[in-house]
Ligand binder design. Structure first.
Ligand code: 5GP
Length: 115
């Protein structure tokens, strides 16, 4: 069996992080290395999907729930406008293979803020 992901370890309380919001299936934390004034991560509690393609294929309802939670978090922590980024594959910058959405919000006007 592979090692638990950093996000599973956060969920289990092994790595400290403030859980900003959660539902039965999804939780929200701040990114430890923010790339925007507001940079949150929306993460399914299950580690079984490595990327958004796998998630969409197997659990589209969970993907929809992540988008809904992202919208609510952007409204709570910024003005409601946000960019949603899923890095998919190491070549695209994905480092944690437990699917997660980056919610980038606040002033994104300085060009190509990404995650
Ligand atoms: P990826 O590069 O896979 O798209 O995104 C992983 C994200 O997780 C990165 O933006 C990284 O800063 C964030 N991250 C990695 N380890 C931790 C941690 O221990 N705590 C928090 N809050 N974020 C983390």
């Amino acid at each position: 069996m592979s090692e638990p992901s950093v996000f599973t370890r956060i969920l289990q309380g092994e790595i400290p992080a403030e859980i900003l919001a959660e539902t039965e299936r999804v939780f929200v934390i701040r990114d430890i290395a923010p790339q925007a004034p507001v940079h949150l991560l929306v993460i399914p509690k299950t580690p079984e999907y490595r990327d958004v393609v796998s998630l969409a294929a197997h659990a589209p309802d969970l993907l929809a729930e992540m988008v809904e939670v992202a919208g609510k978090a952007a409204a709570e922590h910024a003005d409601g406008d946000f960019r949603l980024v899923f890095n998919s594959g190491a070549g695209a910058g994905q480092t944690v293979f437990h699917v997660h959405a980056h919610v980038l919000a606040g002033d994104l006007s300085e060009g190509s803020v990404g995650a």
